[in-house]
Design a protein around this ligand. Structure first.
Ligand code: A2P
Length: 344
């Protein structure tokens, strides 16, 4: 079965991730026009062009999925909760970008390069991880070949596009307003984001961690099949439009050299090492934006632990952090004959 022959429905087609999904479909499947673009009632009737064909965006309803083989959902979490099970019951394979089902034991949480085999046991819904978890596990997974990992400390620098198109507009407009002496009026973000950093993404748990931080902890363990792995995270929103960064500190059971880590990371599909301090070469959001890969640099021995390595990981949160990972799941499921959808 080929992805080319399947009917794809995209819920949230007008959003930041949805538009990236359409761009990737154009890049990877330039002849694919068997698409259904869905969003909220607000966008119903809007025209969007994909692969040279004009589509009319439809309102997402319970009847939207009867003719779909694969349904990509990137809308609000409540939309995933409502429409994910409906689409799966209609016979489609759902690839969901929200946190709604990620920790459900019956739902695989997949980064194909890391745990693609988990697609074998899905029941109609597959989740993609949070956009900072994906680059972290892409870096961690190959290094486990050198030595088991005892502990991960991951601190993120996350762009506003992780909070959607409205947050991107807010950063642009707030920057202009403040430059002209006006007041910051936070709306899409909990605090002023222009000329600031916010140590809060999502709401707080009783533990003092935010839900975003807890997602990184729980999701990393699930994807890596390491339920007891020690993981801590601090997630920070920065005034960057696209791409998330992670400063990761990994503690191994045995010492791992920088050379060995480089070698293993260089063999990992979807990872590009960009690490040459002599030429000031290291990953940055502006360079990673629009690219498929996870970029890793600043690889060094952790000065605080003999078995530790530190590194800097950057990826486009809308691409590998969301739309590309979802599309790769569809491709992997197709290759494994694990879509279980209705081919028409
Ligand atoms: P719409 O543009 O009609 O509001 P972003 O992450 O950039 O904020 O985008 C969110 C996406 O989720 C948009 O495509 C948005 O559509 C979509 N969305 C919001 N509410 C719903 C809903 N009730 N049903 C389906 N899609 C929705």
């Amino acid at each position: 079965m080929d992805l080319q022959g399947l009917k794809l429905a995209i819920v949230g087609a007008t959003g930041a991730v949805g538009q990236e999904t359409l761009r990737l479909i154009e890049a990877r499947y330039p002849k694919h026009t068997n698409l259904k673009l869905l969003a909220s009632k607000r966008s119903a009737g809007r025209k969007m062009e994909v692969n040279g064909k004009t589509f009319t965006v439809g309102e997402t309803t319970d009847d939207s999925f009867d003719d779909a083989d694969l349904v990509f959902i990137s809308a609000r979490t409540e939309d995933s909760r409502r429409f994910g099970p409906v689409a799966a019951a209609a016979g489609a394979m759902v690839i969901d970008d929200s946190s709604a089902f990620r920790m459900d034991p019956a739902v695989p949480l997949v980064v194909p390069e890391v745990n693609g085999s988990d697609l074998e046991w899905h029941n109609g819904i597959v989740s993609i991880p949070n956009c900072s978890t994906t680059p972290l596990v892409m870096a961690v997974h190959p290094l486990r070949e050198a030595s088991p990992i005892r502990r991960i400390v991951a601190d993120t620098y996350q762009s506003v596009s992780g909070a959607g198109g409205a947050a991107m507009n807010e950063l642009r407009e707030q920057t202009r307003t403040i430059m002209h002496g006006g007041p910051a009026e936070p709306d899409a973000q909990p605090q002023q984001i222009a000329f600031n950093v916010i140590p809060q993404i999502d709401s707080f748990n009783e533990s003092g961690y935010t839900r975003e931080e807890q997602k990184m902890i729980d999701e990393s363990r699930k994807i890596l099949h390491e339920p007891d792995m020690a993981v801590s995270a601090t997630c920070v929103r920065v005034p960057v439009l696209v791409s998330h960064c992670v400063a990761a500190h990994l503690e191994f059971a045995e010492p791992v050299s920088v050379g060995e880590a480089r070698e293993l990371l260089s063999q990992m599909a979807g990872v590009t090492i960009q690490d040459d301090p002599t030429t000031l070469s290291y990953p940055m959001p502006v360079d990673a934006a629009g690219c498929d890969d996870v970029f890793i640099g600043r690889i060094r021995k952790d000065a605080s632990h003999p078995n530790g390595l530190a590194m800097w990981i950057v990826t486009d949160n809308l691409v590998k952090g969301a739309a590309l990972n979802a599309l790769q799941i569809a491709e992997e499921a197709t290759a494994r004959n694990a879509v279980h959808g209705k081919t028409r």
